[in-house]
Write a protein that binds this ligand. Structure first.
Ligand code: 13P
Ligand code: ZN
Length: 263
């Protein structure tokens, strides 16, 4: 029975495994760093298997995820292992009919410690940005380095600086980037702050001194968003290391892109 379930999820295991490979190859996934989650389409429904599992109460109801399955990387798993062997490293989380409890369909693979953030952000997305089914959290080196510099703790300054390093960052992330203060990993505090930040519109948020969280239709699109900001951050820090302040695209350049791409 469990096997039938896994076969229906094959394409999604493959998608997550592909993204995990990129994260490892980029060098953003030290030890078990980062996590990935993916909401499965409604057409792949809960099976009777869920009925036999222990129901774990959620801190707050998640009506947007009622009756849905969410795949998540397991806590403590290495991205390089997720890439090689997704079935043994991805947790299957089923949300109950009313969105008040969850069941672990893969009880031997406990989900990421960032489960509160993943579930609450997915709930927000299913209610507000329905085509966004994926979340990637990672520890991109240059982005995290910039978040240690006090004046980049300001979202507007951080976002403007990254937008101006290469045209693509603005073109593909016109909704912006938000920076949150350092908050305890895995806590409901960081989950609440993240939902609040995403409700303002950005596609990527930075958890200062920790990492990035991106939302997108699928996990590879979410990876791309972190890749864009990491590229911009690395260009900024490389130019800055010469001792000069990088010039960046001008406001007029950005306006030209906005008009050309109808952003
Ligand atoms: P997990 O192994 O629990 O997913 O934790 C990794 C991480 O990056 C926490 O922020
Ligand atoms: Zn992390």
């Amino acid at each position: 029975m469990e096997r039938t379930y896994h076969i229906e999820l094959q394409d999604f295991y493959a998608e997550i495994s592909d993204t995990a490979k990129h994260l490892w190859e980029k060098g953003w996934a030290e030890r078990n760093g980062g996590n990935i989650s993916r909401v499965i389409p409604k057409s792949i429904s809960q099976t009777p298997l869920a009925c036999t599992k222990e129901r774990i109460p959620l801190d707050e109801p998640l009506p947007g995820l009622a009756n849905r399955i969410v795949l998540m990387t397991g806590t403590g798993t290495r991205m390089r292992d997720v890439a090689k062997n997704p079935q043994d490293n991805i947790s299957i989380v089923a949300i109950s009919e009313e969105g008040k409890e969850y069941m672990l369909l893969s009880s031997d693979i406990p989900p990421t410690s960032e489960l509160p953030s993943h579930l609450r952000i997915h709930n927000f997305l299913q209610l507000n940005r329905k085509n966004h089914n994926a979340i990637v959290h990672s520890h991109p080196t240059n982005v995290v380095a910039m978040s240690h510099l006090k004046n980049f703790r300001d979202s507007r300054h951080f976002c403007n600086t990254l937008w101006k390093m290469i045209p693509e960052t603005y073109v593909f992330l016109p909704r912006g980037i938000a920076v949150l203060p350092y908050l305890m990993p895995g806590s409901s505090k960081v989950a609440d702050a993240s939902v609040n930040a995403f409700s303002q519109g950005p596609d990527v948020i930075i958890w200062a001194k920790h990492g990035a969280f991106a939302i997108a239709p699928d996990t590879n699109d979410a990876f791309d968003k972190i890749d864009l900001i990491e590229k911009s951050a690395s260009i900024y820090l490389a130019a800055k290391s010469t001792g000069e302040e990088p010039e960046g695209l001008s406001d007029e350049d950005i306006e030209e892109l906005r008009q050309y791409y109808n952003l």
